[in-house]
Design a protein around this ligand. Structure first.
Ligand SMILES: [Zn+2]
Length: 405
C-alpha cells in the first residue's frame, strides 16, 4: 500500500563510489563522462510508503516499492529442448541478459555450437521479450587457442566456463588439471575473454564442505599468478574464505553469489529428514559462511554481483537414490535477493549488486530500462512444469516477500 507516492533518491557516501578497485578508478580518471554516469546510476530510486525523512534502507522506513535498472543474471542454466522452453520465460521476465552455462549433453565446446544453442534459446522466448542470452564455451583439455580467438571475435560469446572434471552436473568432459589448458588460457588472456570457474577441487580425499577453499589454494592462486590479466569469475561462492579472497584479490577477479546460498545454510538439507531440493553444488555451507556471503553481497564492492545458478531438474531426478544437484530459483529470483537485502537493511545496495557491477566487470553497457519490485507476497506453487515433467521450485508451497510490480 503506497500512502504517498514519493520518489526519493538515496545517494551513496563518497567512499562507496570509489570502491577498492584501482582499475575502476583509472577508468574514471580517463573518462569523466563515464565517471559521472556511474555516480548517477549508483543511486537507488525508491518509492516509499511513509515518513520520507530518514535516508537509506538502513533506517526504519518501510520501503514498499523499489525501482532498479533492469538486472542481469551472470550465471544461469536453461538446459535444452522442452525443459528450455519451460524455464527461459521465467528469467526473461526479470532480467535483460544472462550468462548461459554450456554444460549440456554433449557440452557446448565450439562457437558454432554456442550459436546454435543461442538460436534455440531465442526461439523459446515469449514474443516481445527483449532478453539476450550471453553464450559461453565449455573448456576442455582440447580447447584450442584458435577456437578461443573465434569466440572472442563472435559478438554472442562472452566467456569460457571451467568445470573441474566431475565437479557437478554434466561436467565429465571438464578439465582434469587446469594447468593442461594453459594454451587456451593464454589465448583468453590475450583476447580478454573471461574465465568462469566452478571453484571446487574434485579430489575425493578433500571433504565436500572444504572443496571450494582448497580450490583457492591449489588452483585459483596458480591461475592468478600465471594469468594476471585474465578476467576471472569465481562462480556461486559459498564460503567466507572465497568472499575474503575475492574482496582482497586483484581487479581481474570477481565472484557471483546465488540467492539460495544467501538464504539457506546447510541445515536446510537435513530439516526433519533428507531434503533433496536443497541439494546443490557447491553444497550449502554453515551459517557463518552464509553471513559472510551476505556481507559481501551488500558491501557495495564492485566485484560481487548477481548470478542465480538457477538449475532445473525434474522432481524425479532430485528425489532419487542418487539425486541431482541444483536448485531452481529463476521463477522468483529477484524477489529472493530483495528479501536478503531487505533483511540486512541494505535495499539501497541491491541495484549495484544486481544491475551495475556485473556489466561493469564484463565491460558491457549497463541496461537502460528499469523494473519495479513491490513488497507483496508472491506464492510459490508446490510444483511447476519442466518440459512436461513436474519440478519443485525453491521455496515450493511457500511465498516470496517481493515480486515484480
Ligand atoms: Zn552452475
Amino acid at each position: 500500500m503506497i500512502a504517498q507516492d514519493i520518489v526519493r533518491t538515496v545517494d551513496f557516501p563518497k567512499e562507496r563510489r570509489i570502491g577498492p578497485s584501482g582499475r575502476l578508478r583509472k577508468i574514471r580518471c580517463a573518462d569523466n563522462r563515464l565517471a559521472r554516469a556511474r555516480a548517477i546510476s549508483w543511486i537507488v530510486r525508491a518509492k516509499i510508503a511513509r515518513d520520507p525523512a530518514p535516508t537509506g534502507a538502513r533506517s526504519n522506513v518501510s520501503i514498499e516499492r523499489l525501482r532498479l535498472i533492469r538486472p542481469d543474471d551472470w550465471h544461469l542454466h536453461v538446459r535444452d529442448g522442452a525443459m528450455l522452453d519451460s524455464v527461459v520465460p521465467d528469467t526473461a521476465r526479470q532480467f535483460a541478459r544472462a550468462i548461459i552455462m554450456p554444460n549440456l549433453k554433449p557440452p557446448v565446446t565450439t562457437v558454432a555450437q554456442a550459436l546454435h544453442y543461442r538460436q534455440r534459446i531465442l526461439a523459446a522466448l515469449p514474443e516481445d521479450a527483449g532478453f539476450q542470452p550471453l553464450m559461453t564455451l565449455y573448456l576442455t583439455g582440447q580447447t584450442s587457442p584458435e577456437e578461443i580467438r573465434r569466440a572472442a571475435d563472435c559478438e554472442h560469446v562472452y566467456a569460457v566456463k571451467y568445470y573441474p572434471a566431475g565437479a557437478t552436473t554434466n561436467s565429465a568432459a571438464g578439465v582434469a588439471n587446469i594447468r593442461q589448458a594453459s594454451a587456451a588460457l593464454k589465448a583468453m588472456q590475450d583476447c580478454r575473454l573471461p574465465l568462469l570457474m566452478h571453484g571446487e577441487v574434485t579430489d575425493p580425499a578433500v571433504d565436500v564442505f572444504d572443496r571450494e577453499a582448497v580450490f583457492i589454494e591449489r588452483d585459483l592462486s596458480w591461475l592468478l599468478a600465471s594469468f594476471p590479466e585474465l578476467p576471472m569469475v569465481l562462480e556461486h561462492i559459498t564460503t567466507a574464505d572465497s568472499a575474503s579472497f575475492v574482496r582482497s584479490g586483484p581487479d581481474n577477479l570477481a565472484a557471483t553469489i546465488t540467492a539460495h546460498h544467501l538464504l539457506e545454510n546447510r541445515n536446510a538439507m537435513f530439516r526433519g529428514g533428507l531434503r533433496p531440493h536443497h541439494y546443490c553444488l557447491p553444497v550449502l555451507k554453515r551459517e557463518a559462511h552464509r553471513q559472510a556471503l551476505i556481507e559481501a553481497a551488500i558491501s557495495g564492492h564492485p566485484r560481487f554481483f548477481l548470478g542465480t545458478d538457477s538449475a532445473p531438474h525434474p522432481k524425479a531426478a532430485k528425489e532419487s537414490d542418487c539425486g541431482c544437484a541444483g536448485i531452481y530459483t529463476a521463477r522468483t529470483a529477484l524477489g529472493l535477493y530483495a528479501e536478503v537485502f531487505e533483511a540486512a537493511g541494505a535495499l539501497d545496495r541491491l541495484e549495484g549488486f544486481a544491475s551495475l557491477h556485473g556489466p561493469d566487470f564484463y565491460r558491457l553497457p549497463r541496461n537502460t530500462d528499469t523494473i519495479e519490485l513491490v513488497r507483496r507476497p508472491e506464492p510459490v506453487p508446490e510444483l511447476i512444469e519442466f518440459g512436461g515433467q513436474p519440478g519443485v521450485p525453491f521455496r515450493a508451497g511457500g511465498e516470496v516477500r517481493w515480486r515484480l510490480a
